[in-house]
Design a protein around this ligand. Structure first.
Ligand code: CAA
Length: 261
């Protein structure tokens, strides 16, 4: 499928990885309706393709995404926003992908861009990355989950500081705060992200999907409920050939060949 605002690649170095680049350079990858709709389509395509085990979402060296598209939103009324249920369907299309999505962030990840990165399963950052929720400067609030996800990821004090002042956080502060899992030099970020994704794609897709579901459950449930769910899914993994293969390969001192069955 050809897209107007995205470039989708299958890197030859990492079979099993789909690399999606946001591509609106004229607007620092600002998230407009077309881009978010296309992103949902590209993710659905990757989800439905058995040869894809992990997705990398990236932008350009200057910007992962500089926010929701302010020019698209500026004239909208409350009725427009409410009727369109602005970005709810598009956000759901991202949140419900069962395969892992890694955000590889270079440059600005602001507003909706920071929120998009946080909707991914984890964030790898270039040393040039800058994160922020500057919506307060526009007289609004984050609208794609920023107040909720940032607070869960970095805690109340830093989330309040970021959201009420609109200041940016650099890659090192973001890593210290737990927003980012690792930092790479900017010119190596995408290659490193593809490498990490390739490692994930080489595992059992069934175990990977269940592990993703379990970590996400930690945000939604009590500890007792989450641990009970983990035990159930852990037990259920023993129904798959991939568990037999993974454990046999360890015992036989060889690499496992997972089939996703
Ligand atoms: N929406 C629409 N266009 C944007 C944009 C955005 N969020 N961010 C940048 N652009 C456009 C600029 O208007 C400019 O276009 P023109 O050349 O046609 O003027 C082009 O991208 C390049 O941007 P700048 O000239 O501003 O580049 P810069 O290097 O001087 O500054 C920046 C970079 C600091 C990121 C600055 O562009 C900026 O502050 N952008 C807005 C950031 C922002 O407020 N994001 C939050 C948006 S609201 C939101 O996201 C709500 C939500 O949660 C749903």
């Amino acid at each position: 499928m050809a897209f107007e605002t995205l470039i989708v690649e299958r890197p030859t170095t990492a079979p099993g990885v789909a690399l999606i680049r946001l591509n609106r350079p004229e607007a620092l990858n600002a998230l407009n309706s077309v881009l978010l709709t296309e992103l949902g389509q590209a993710l659905a395509q990757a989800q439905g393709d058995d040869t894809v085990g992990c997705i990398v979402l990236t932008g350009s060296p200057k910007a992962f995404a500089a926010g929701a598209d302010i020019k698209e939103m500026s004239d909208k009324s409350y009725a427009d926003m409410f009727k369109a249920d602005f970005f709810t369907a598009q956000a759901r299309a991202i949140e419900t992908v069962r395969k892992p999505i890694i955000a590889a962030v270079s440059g600005y990840a602001l507003g909706g861009g920071c929120e998009l990165a946080m909707m991914c399963d984890f964030i790898l950052a270039a040393d040039t990355a800058k994160f922020g929720q500057p919506e307060i400067n526009l007289g609004v609030a984050p609208g794609i989950g920023g107040t909720q996800r940032l607070t869960r990821l970095v805690g109340k004090s830093k989330a309040m500081d970021m959201i009420l002042t609109g200041r940016m956080m650099d890659a090192e502060e973001a890593e210290r705060a737990g927003l980012v899992s690792r930092i790479f030099p900017a010119d190596q970020l995408v290659d490193e992200a593809v490498k990490v994704a390739g490692k994930i794609a080489s595992q059992s897709p069934l175990a990977t999907a269940m592990n993703k579901e379990l970590v996400n459950a930690a945000y939604e449930t009590t500890l007792t409920t989450g641990v009970a769910l983990e035990r159930r899914l852990f037990h259920s993994l023993f129904a798959f050939d991939d568990q037999k293969e993974g454990m046999a390969a360890f015992v036989e001192k060889r690499k496992p060949a997972f089939k996703g069955s």
